[in-house]
Design a protein around this ligand. Structure first.
Ligand code: DX5
Ligand code: ZN
Length: 235
């Protein structure tokens, strides 16, 4: 059980997504955000099938895991790939701490979540914006992270889909005690507080952080907005 005992489900965190980082400088861009206070990094893995884009695989996790773990941080992998069960062991060995899969991408979701837990990672499940939240009723019993996609997966820099707030509320209802609710896509200064108030405790942001002139400052600004929004689910 390498890293699954980290405070995954109870804390409120802004999680930088390295999809928006400079692909030639992952290590230094992660260190910059570690210095700014970030502890959970979101890693978007895309396979060119489930979504049209290819990004990167477990090698990138391996490259940054040492720095992140040394500072008490965690790596949350978001698998936008078909049959994500095929890669559980690669990512666990590489140092991933959480492994979130799409309900649309795996036939045997229950078994996949069990595999993830057995591999020592936090099991998470997510769904596309047009997939009914109710499809996760059973999976939510096995998952410690319920991720609401607030854009269609595949690209950073898209606009937040407003209906996602209602979906976050539904996911919070489904979440078993102690499970986290994450929101991913279009999260930035204008949208982050609403997501917290709807019940999200993991706020993933890519371009709002890494496309900003000063990523560390942009991160701290988001953290401040999260604090000001009050406890998750407060409205
Ligand atoms: C989109 C990814 C997101 C992406 C979000 O498919 O799942 O994690 O990094 O990027 P922004 O924050 O720019 O919308
Ligand atoms: Zn993502």
């Amino acid at each position: 059980m390498p890293n699954a005992d980290r405070a995954w489900v109870t804390d409120v965190q802004v999680c930088p997504s390295i999809l928006a980082a400079d692909f030639g400088a992952f290590r230094s861009q992660v260190r910059e955000l570690l210095d700014a206070g970030a502890r959970t990094f979101h890693v978007d893995v895309m396979d060119g099938h489930f979504v049209p884009v290819i990004t990167f695989g477990h090698g990138v996790v391996e490259a940054i895991a040492g720095d992140v773990h040394e500072r008490g941080g965690a790596l949350a992998v978001h698998l936008m790939v078909e049959q994500p069960e095929r890669f559980v062991s690669d990512f666990a060995k590489a140092g991933a701490d959480a492994y979130t899969v799409h309900v649309e991408a795996t036939v045997h979701l229950h078994r996949t979540l069990q595999l993830v837990r057995e591999a020592g990672m936090v099991p998470g499940v997510t769904l596309n914006p047009a997939t009914p939240v109710g499809l996760l009723v059973e999976a939510a019993r096995e998952a410690d992270n319920l991720l609401c996609m607030s854009v269609n997966p595949g690209w950073g820099g898209q606009s937040f889909i407003p209906a996602s707030l209602d979906r976050v509320r539904q996911l919070r209802e489904l979440a078993r005690p102690g499970a986290g609710v994450e929101i991913d896509g279009g999260v930035g200064p204008e949208t982050i507080a609403g997501a917290v108030r709807a019940g999200a405790n993991r706020l993933t942001a890519g371009s709002a952080i890494y496309a900003a002139p000063e990523p560390g400052e942009a991160y701290r600004d988001l953290v401040e907005r999260v604090r000001a929004a009050g406890p998750p689910g407060g409205a």
